[in-house]
Design a binder for this molecule. Structure first.
Ligand SMILES: Nc1ncnc2c1ncn2[C@@H]1O[C@H](COP(=O)(O)OP(=O)(O)OP(=O)(O)O)[C@@H](O)[C@H]1O
Ligand SMILES: [Mg+2]
Length: 280
């Protein structure tokens, strides 16, 4: 279990590209030969609408002990499995909130899962008990943030929340990457926000995901961006993110080069690593 990279794709702000990032990352990593499990933790069920699920049972049934892990697992290819969700997951939100240790059910239920290199969780835009489950299961958080002012201001709340969760539950969820999304390179305000993000969060900021209509079209076809249009900007940008997550040295070097001029503050670094009490 300790070799599995467990990543939640999370931001309490809606519509910032969480599902697009989770699906593209899972598909991209699996294409690189990694064995990936994608879990949809959002009652909106966006992942199953983006990819195709064949199973009747879903995450709700698994969390409630009504089915086994295999019963809700849809294999989507040699290296990619999906556990999907439907609106029934909102019931789990209510039931888990009233349950002792309801925040740790996912971690408990998946404690002996084997045979994956990566587990990616697509989170809902909330900070409710389901997302607490995702955060307490994961070791790493990837935060997509649209390069607009409101998304930028919301990022601080998300970092606060992770710090609070770490402190309260004595957990060590590390923010591994902040991904600027829906970036319009010709938009002055978008560019200003991107610069601000880099100056404040340094190497944690990945190469931006540019705005690209192909990314919005791909879910309708049930395909990932890599299958739908491998030559699109969306595929190019998410391809870079996959390399970054895999620790590709060239890509890491590029990111370092961009943010070299602006060293990340020691406080932010420790905050990202979950080692700091936010209000200290
Ligand atoms: N880089 C992009 N360029 C163009 N459209 C995009 C891009 N990224 C995401 N989209 C589209 O924007 C919409 C919102 O994206 P997405 O569903 O990934 O956000 P989300 O954060 O998961 O939303 P929610 O908070 O509702 O779960 C979707 O229609 C998606 O296809
Ligand atoms: Mg979503």
């Amino acid at each position: 279990m300790c070799d599995i990279k467990k990543i939640c794709v999370i931001n309490q702000k809606g519509g910032v590209g969480k599902t697009t990032t989770a699906v593209s990352l899972a598909a991209g990593l699996s294409r690189k030969g990694m064995k990936v499990l994608l879990i949809d933790m959002d009652p909106q069920g966006s992942v199953a609408s983006s990819l195709t699920s064949s199973k009747e049972k879903n995450l709700y049934h698994f969390l409630m002990g009504e089915c086994s892990f295999i019963d809700c697992l849809t294999p989507l290819g040699t290296n990619l499995d999906l556990v999907h969700s439907t609106e029934s997951l909102t019931k789990a939100e209510v039931l888990l909130a009233g349950q002792k240790d309801g925040q740790k059910i996912l971690a408990k239920k998946l404690s002996d899962i084997g045979d994956y290199d990566y587990i990616i969780i697509d989170c809902a835009p909330s900070l409710g008990v389901l997302n607490q489950n995702a955060m307490l299961f994961a070791d790493e958080a990837i935060i997509p943030v649209a390069t607009n002012y409101l998304a930028y201001t919301g990022l601080k709340f998300m970092i606060d929340a992770i710090t609070e969760i770490n402190r309260y539950f004595k957990h060590n969820l590390k923010i591994s990457h902040i991904v600027p999304t829906m970036h319009d390179v010709r938009n002055k305000s978008n560019n200003k926000i991107l610069k601000k993000l880099i100056s404040e969060y340094g190497v944690k900021i990945t190469s931006p995901i540019r705005i690209n209509s192909k990314l919005a079209e791909a879910p309708e076809t049930g395909k990932s961006i890599f299958s739908y249009d491998a030559k699109s900007r969306g595929a190019e940008d998410y391809g870079k993110l996959v390399k970054t997550v895999l620790g590709d040295q060239e890509e890491v070097k590029n990111i370092n080069k961009i943010s070299q001029a602006i060293p990340i503050s020691a406080r932010v670094q420790r905050l990202m690593e979950g080692k700091i009490e936010f209000y200290d």
